[in-house]
Design a protein around this ligand. Structure first.
Ligand SMILES: Cc1cc2nc3c(=O)[nH]c(=O)nc-3n(C[C@H](O)[C@H](O)[C@H](O)COP(=O)(O)OP(=O)(O)OC[C@H]3O[C@@H](n4cnc5c(N)ncnc54)[C@H](O)[C@@H]3O)c2cc1C
Length: 435
């Protein structure tokens, strides 16, 4: 099975049946369709089982770039990789970037993605100056303040096809990143999360912060990373392609809690042995370490994986996060990779944007079975009780009842949805009967 199958999301795990078309001209397809970028969403927001996927990646032209103001206009199928490469030559970079550069401009807007700089920058949607949206009733020019603008940012593709957008880039010193690392945790889980929050709070001069955490260890230990732009010594251009690619699917028999514990322990030990706590890296390496391995999603085997990302409000965040992670660990839910971040106060412009002020954790979990799914359902309830939410871009399993608790404003998006656009995700979570 192709790891980048057009009929699967990035987390694989299930196979949909689609008709496919390219968004090449100014007509929209008949029947139920869904815009699709590069399919880097882990779950079914980029899947439209039984319907049509309208692929945008051929519409990737750069339309205008003002190197004085840093305003760039592109077709929505342009990738963040291409935009960054053009921008960096002139001393500009993406204002916000997710952990892979292989996402489209349209996909970044439709999920209102966040990066390691949420504390100082907020979400990607804050930097969208205008966009053109095509829907059944024609092409519309949208700007901040318009109702459909807010519905389209983080609108999961449901309001129509974003054809092009203008965004404000960020002026940077060069193509390098100064990175500092520090070990944290090893206390009780709540104290470890508190320690992470304190490290972030003491990083005002460092726009980028993130923590890797070993959720399989009873003492929740981690590595804190912070970075800032600097003049780099490496060539400015990005690596041409992944240095290595996973040629086969990992056998599922190896993806067990014991191997997750071994993997996390080995990573923690490798970090604790590094003597240099400050280093300068090429920017690509800092932001996109996973892009160095092509098709790394095959590492989770044919049955795929889910990424479970939640955010809980700042008040009592350390206790709540610790309780959820302890619940997952004691339920024997294996997680190979987990990261922790704080979301700041900058308001997301999207109607259904995921980020809110608080602490967010993302865990990669190989092909959950019944037991793991039950444990995740319980975690959903803990997140909801705390006033938090789960990230739709990563989801393929939350119940419609939970979705409506996480996003009570969902009906406003439903009212603005183009009636011809739908996704497997939306049919799953917005349906009438709560279950
Ligand atoms: C390794 C990795 C790291 C990641 N790190 C982060 C992270 O740090 N932060 C974060 O927020 N996310 C992260 N993500 C998730 C990813 O950034 C988002 O899922 C992103 O939206 C994917 O963009 P895409 O172009 O692949 O869109 P797709 O996954 O194909 O589609 C995503 C959504 O956008 C809609 N869409 C796409 N194009 C258009 C368009 N032109 N018009 C209207 N709607 C459109 C689709 O309908 C769908 O609902 C990560 C993903 C990976 C694989």
């Amino acid at each position: 099975m192709n790891p980048l199958s057009l009929d699967q999301p990035w987390g694989r795990g299930f196979q949909a049946v689609h008709r496919h078309a390219f968004a090449d001209d100014h007509t929209l397809p008949d029947g139920l369709w869904l815009p699709r970028g590069l399919g880097r969403s882990y779950g079914d927001v980029c899947v439209n089982d039984g319907g049509l996927l309208l692929h945008t990646f051929r519409r990737d032209r750069l339309i205008a770039f003002d190197a004085t103001s840093g305003v760039i206009e592109c077709e929505a199928g342009a990738s963040l990789a291409d935009i960054a490469e053009v921008a960096l030559r002139q001393g500009w970079f993406l204002p916000v970037t997710p952990g892979t550069r292989f996402v489209t401009l349209g996909g970044a807007i439709a999920n209102d993605v966040h990066g390691k700089n949420h504390l100082s920058a907020g979400t990607f949607g804050r930097f969208v100056l205008s966009m053109t949206l095509r829907r059944g009733d024609g092409a519309l020019q949208l700007k901040p303040g318009d109702t459909l603008f807010a519905a389209t940012i983080g609108g999961l593709g449901l309001t129509g096809l974003i054809e092009r957008a203008r965004i404000q880039l960020l002026r940077v010193a060069g193509n390098g990143i100064t990175q500092q690392t520090r070990l944290f945790g090893r206390g009780d889980p709540s104290a470890s999360v508190d320690e992470f929050i304190a490290l972030e709070s003491a990083s005002n001069d460092w726009p980028y912060t993130v923590g890797w955490i070993d959720t399989m260890h009873h003492r929740l230990r981690g590595v804190f990373f912070r970075g800032k732009h600097t003049v780099g010594e490496a060539p400015w251009s990005q690596p041409v392609a992944a240095k290595v690619s996973l040629p086969v699917d990992m056998p599922s028999s190896l993806l067990r809690p014991w191997s997750a514990r071994a993997f996390n322990g080995a990573y923690y030990r490798s970090q604790s042995m590094k003597t240099a706590s400050e280093t300068t890296l090429p920017l690509w390496q800092f932001f996109y370490p996973l892009d160095a391995v092509g098709a790394w999603n095959r590492g989770y085997g044919k049955r795929g994986f889910v990424q479970y990302q939640f955010v809980v409000p700042r008040v009592d965040a350390a206790d709540t996060v610790a309780q959820i992670l302890t619940h997952l660990r004691t339920s024997n839910v294996a997680s190979y990779l987990a990261v922790i971040k704080t979301f700041g106060e900058r308001r997301s412009p999207g109607l259904l944007s995921f980020p809110m002020p608080g602490v967010t954790v993302a865990l990669d979990i190989p092909a959950p079975g019944e037991r793991e799914l039950r444990a995740l359902d319980r975690a959903d309830a803990m997140v909801a009780d705390a006033g938090g939410r789960v990230y739709p871009a990563k989801d393929s399993r939350m119940s419609n009842a939970m979705f409506k608790r996480f996003f009570p404003q969902w009906q406003s998006l439903e009212a603005l949805r183009d009636p011809n656009v739908s996704s497997s995700f939306w049919r799953r979570v917005a349906k009438g009967n709560d279950e």
